[in-house]
Design a protein around this ligand. Sequence first.
Ligand SMILES: Cc1ncc(COP(=O)(O)O)c(C=O)c1O
Length: 653
Amino acid sequence: MTTSSSKKKKKSPSSEPISSTKKGWSAAQSAELYGIDDWGHGYFHVSRQGDVTVRLEDSEDSLDVSLKEIVDGLGDRGTQLPVLLRFRDLLHSRIAELNNSFHKAIKDLNYKGSYRGVYPIKVNQQRQVIEEITEFGKQYHYGLEAGSKPELIAALAHMHDPEAYLICNGYKDEEFIDLALHAQKMGLKVILVLEMPTELTSILARSKAIGIRPNLGVRVRLATRGSGHWQESAGDKSVFGLNAAQVIQVVDSLRDAGYLDCMKMLHYHQGSQIPNIASIREGATEAVRMYCDLVREGAPMGILDMGGGLAVDYDGSHTNFTSSCNYSISEYCADIIEVISSICNKAEIAHPNLISESGRAVVSYYSVLVFNILDVTSVQSSDDEPATPDQPHDQLKNLIEVNRVLCKKNLQECVNDALYYRDQLRAQFFHGNATLRERGLGEAWSWHILTRVSKLITEMDDVPEDLRELSSSLTDFYYGNFSLFQSLPDSWAIDQLFPVMPIHRLTERPRHRAVLADITCDCDGKIDRFIDREDVAKILPLHKFTPGDPYYIAVFLVGAYQETLGDLHNLLGDTHVVGVHIENGRPVYTHEVEGDTVADVLSYVEYDTKELVTRFRSFAELAVSKGNITPRERREVMDLFRDGLSGYTYFES
Ligand SMILES: Cc1ncc(COP(=O)(O)O)c(C=O)c1O
């Protein structure tokens, strides 16, 4: 198991420059290049035909279905890209894997308590997700965690299994508490978790009023921090949970009030996406010691809730890098159970029943965003030799000479010279001693030289770091039909990495180094950090884009946190959503939800569609009266305006 914070030093294809000299390319090489077998968890593969496939299962069969065929099938039915595909089979598989891994570890380690997972609604609140989880999770008595009143209301409408837990976290007003207590009275296993000491007074008051003894949990603030991006969720500075002194105060207050028998659960949450198993073991150690002392204080306890944090290996490196994790689900379960049982055994305290609130690990694989490439700008790299004017500027002559003498032996020198002469030409333009045309030609020659250099270094075994950097700076911008802010907010907000790759043409060598730009007009609206086994890659290898030929890119593992955190930047709305699974060995589309229309997103920012039409019509009529357009043109432009309102917010073709 890897414990250092560096990634494995394994040769990483996506950090290598892309050679244009090697002939032939196979689907297997694409699979290796994009690392799909490392992060795909057996769900996603590259077929021999060169498509990405998803492995779907029904009761009897499993079928590798091409994502390209799914997208083409949607196109035939009139559903345009971008689209969010949801695969319920993958969700079911993750729930089964989590539950079975805990059950196996319990059996293997002779653990005396049970395991019941709960799904934290905040991770993906969409109705389809909650329905799938409560339906499929029934066999495991899989419950829900609600962190707010709306989440509690959604949970109460969907989860009626008396054996499953309903964990109530978050700050609770009287209404929240009353609903939870009534649900307990109606037969659900509801646990009200104290997030702050002051909640105790209102919970006890409402319990007395309703005539029920509440099931209480206490969320503790561990001194042990997790690791990775969310490590501040635990530790002294954490905004959540009770510190040791407050926990003792709560115990004393409960004892004084005659309610200590209601204290059933200890809850902790070390933060999301904990990449290092050592931090998980440490957190469990501290928590179980607190648990044992609460039992010694006279609380019945019985349940230990370890919160979320089970990480997803987004980059497939299997390291403790923030986008990865150095453990599997089964290692996670075994390590937790081993830590808890050994401490409880020594303390001679009964093994608690366990709850985990894994969100990301359950829903990430479920959703895949697919979008089409609209355009490419290759502003920098240039294979073709630029023009030579009759009377070249002196600096241009120098650049042309650098290009003439360039060979493998003098690469570094030529790069230095090319950049020097290019900068000299820019300086001369600044002082009025070169024309815009001369400057433009100089830049084109310098890019041509750098492009040649980047190709020559692909043939070298030892490439100096500076030259490697140079090669990765020769990028093409591929414009994708999506909004980073709407569909991948964590990529923008916290630099989260997701696996991204084309879903077809994978028997062709991808020769272009690309950065993906979205269709918002925000300079942050781009993906320029990509997964890589060794590092974070600055480019994504992509195929040549030919206008008119569809080219589809998918972003994988986007089922957790992305949908509801997304925003309406540039008023680009929700994408279409389609559920896909197999029935009788054939993929079927279910649960199609149309994305936002232009009228929808305008209404979110307080525009009224009728008023918009009225205003525009008055303007059009004014244009008619001024003679700027004809009445017929007024009709055409009004039709366009109305069509625009009812259309998709993304690029339509
Ligand atoms: C209290 C609580 N439980 C569970 C989770 C889910 O965490 P994860 O998605 O890492 O499993 C969170 C999210 O941060 C949380 O705050």
